[in-house]
Design a protein around this ligand. Structure first.
Ligand SMILES: [Zn+2]
Ligand SMILES: [Zn+2]
Length: 247
């Protein structure tokens, strides 16, 4: 009954489907019983592709082609600070969804994302011994403007699913870094200045999971991982909602 009661609020604030953005019924009739509705239309769920099959042993990106490879091209060329990464969805199948989650206020999608994450990766995350979920922080002014940090919203929903605490204030973004590709040479040099600082004197974690929405080059995650490495964290993993395929 609890889940049914939880969904009562949906009558006032209808929940939207993370794929088509249409309204998802709060309650459904199943075997003559009223049950809490899902977080996504069943027909829409089929359109999403999960990360499965062979993936890069470092960043977790799906590997293309038939030849056996351990690492993707990026991870062969670049050495990363993080130990291992994993993602839930293939980016091209959730691009619109993640965009609305990030920019159009569709925070409720996080419930579906977190549930899907637990089903796909929950056991693995628990086996790794993760003690803390650390969402990638947003620059303060930017977060104020947008109203929320999507990585935090996802991390908090996941925290409930996995029963692992999420910590939003352990690391702070102290500079508003622009994406590298939009910068000229001088801008790039400037962009390499420290963007994150650990806001607590004493980080006690030995094993953390950094949380973000999309994995691209991994440079932001590496910067954060570096700070935690220096602070003495031994095992640093990351989890993103979506990742593209390697070329
Ligand atoms: Zn739908
Ligand atoms: Zn890789």
């Amino acid at each position: 009954m609890n889940r049914v009661a939880n969904r009562a609020l949906d009558f006032f604030f209808p929940r939207r489907c993370p794929v088509c953005d249409g309204i998802v019924p709060a309650l459904e009739l199943k075997d003559g019983m009223i049950k809490a509705g899902g977080y996504i239309h069943r027909r829409c769920h089929r359109k999403i592709e999960y990360i499965k099959g062979s993936t890069c042993a470092k960043c977790g990106k799906p590997l293309s082609g038939d030849i056996y490879r351990e690492y993707c091209g990026d991870c062969i060329r670049t050495s990363h600070v993080f130990d291992l990464g994993m993602s839930v969805f293939r980016y091209r199948t959730v691009a619109g969804s993640v965009y609305r989650f990030k920019y159009l206020g569709r925070r409720e999608y996080a419930d579906f994302y977190a549930q899907a994450t637990r089903r796909l990766l929950g056991e693995k995350i628990l086996r790794l011994g993760v003690e803390a979920l650390i969402p990638v922080p947003m620059y303060r002014d930017k977060e104020r403007l947008r109203g929320y940090n999507q990585a935090s919203v996802y991390a908090k929903a996941l925290s409930k699913e996995l029963d692992i605490p999420a910590y939003e204030n352990v690391i702070r973004r102290v500079r508003n870094t622009a994406p590298m590709k939009e910068l000229d040479a001088a801008g790039r040099r400037n962009n390499l200045k420290k963007a994150f600082i650990i806001a607590e004197n004493d980080v006690k974690f030995k094993c953390i999971l950094i949380i973000d929405d999309i994995y691209t080059t991994g440079s932001t995650i590496d910067e954060i991982a570096h700070e935690f490495r220096v602070a003495g964290v031994e095992r640093i993993y990351f989890l993103t909602l979506a990742i593209g395929q390697t070329t």
